[in-house]
Ligand binder design. Structure first.
Ligand code: SF4
Ligand code: MG
Length: 328
């Protein structure tokens, strides 16, 4: 709810704060139980910062993160530690996120110890069990991370998140560091686990094609803002925001008869340290209008459950609701 994360920029001889990187700038969205919410955007759009702020691995500058009605941002460290049993994360880089000096049994047993789960013997069983669940031989518990391939390491990352049986997992680009040939296997595994354990995922990716299959809804971020959020099918069938339209135009179409025109955006993403006034997308938008340069478009529901922040649809919802009023 109104989540913000600004990172101060220090400069000058005295190292004073001379500005802010507005990594996440007033983002609000819901995540429903047992759904997969995909969040997509280019690097630097704030999607990872959003994910990490949900778990308070990054302390938000402002806003609330409500998990089952409780504001995570106001919990004490001890309450937060307990809460983390329900909220886990899978990181992008399976090479960096596993301690190279620890055996897999230690890496996977640690979260159990932190949360006071089981005796030593029970923990050993749980480690073996979780390895099997993610498709690795249980006897590999005595190996070290470097003895596994990238895909296998990400399976271990998944096992580490899953072993405490969380409700929510933030999946922070879990397949982008993997070979394309391995990505589908890991995605399929994650999808099976989501169904098997009734998990809720916030699935972060920089590519719409990665989240297409796994997501129920998809949110699109640009320069620290959520610019569109809708059911997956609605988003693909009728993207409203010009940025989403350009992203979708770049997704390869399996049916060659359905040729679509690629929308190439001009220019680069502006710096989040100095975002444009008005609509953050106005410097690149093919539909830019005068007011886009000064007025920030509100993120609102334009169709049923289909939200977007764009002045092109300003009148649309108002007109629709006026028509509904007349009918009734
Ligand atoms: Fe483009 Fe204006 Fe919509 Fe922004 S508000 S996406 S600049 S049309
Ligand atoms: Mg599903």
């Amino acid at each position: 709810k109104n989540l913000k994360k600004f990172f101060p920029i220090k400069g000058g001889v005295f190292g004073r704060r001379i500005g802010d990187v507005q990594a996440v700038n007033d983002v609000s969205f819901d995540v429903y139980e047992k759904e997969v919410l995909g969040i997509v955007g280019e690097s630097g759009c704030g999607k990872s910062t959003t994910g990490k702020s949900i778990l308070r691995l990054i302390e938000p500058t402002a806003g609330e993160v409500l998990f089952e009605g409780k504001d995570v941002t106001s919990l004490s460290q001890e309450e937060m530690r307990k809460m983390r049993r329900d909220m886990q994360i899978i990181f992008q880089d399976p090479y960096a996120s596993l301690n190279p000096r620890h055996k897999i049994e230690k890496i996977l047993g640690e979260p159990l110890i932190v949360h006071g789960i089981g005796t030593k013997e029970e923990r050993r069983k749980k480690v073996e069990e979780i390895l099997e669940i993610v498709g690795l031989p249980p006897e590999h518990a005595s190996r070290y991370p470097h003895q596994f391939s990238g895909g296998q390491r990400q399976r271990i990352g998944i096992a580490r998140a899953l072993i405490v049986r969380p409700k929510l997992i933030i999946c922070d680009e879990p397949v982008s560091a993997l070979d394309v040939s391995i990505q589908a296997q890991v995605l399929n595994l994650m999808e099976d686990l989501q169904e098997q354990f009734g998990l809720t995922y916030v699935f972060i990716a920089h590519d719409l094609s990665v989240v297409k299959h796994i997501s129920d809804r998809i949110g699109v971020m640009y320069l620290g803002k959520m610019v569109e959020l809708a059911d997956k099918d609605d988003l693909y069938a009728e993207p409203l925001h010009p940025y989403t339209q350009s992203l979708l135009s770049a997704v390869p179409e399996p049916d060659p008869d359905l040729k679509k025109e690629r929308i190439i955006l001009e220019g680069d993403v502006p710096s989040p340290a100095d975002p444009p006034s008005g609509c953050p997308f106005h410097t690149r938008c093919p539909h830019v209008m005068e007011e886009c340069r000064s007025v920030v478009p509100e993120f609102r529901e334009i169709r049923a459950n289909h939200f977007a922040a764009c002045h092109l649809y300003k009148e649309e919802r108002t007109r629709q609701s006026a028509e509904t009023t007349i009918e009734h």
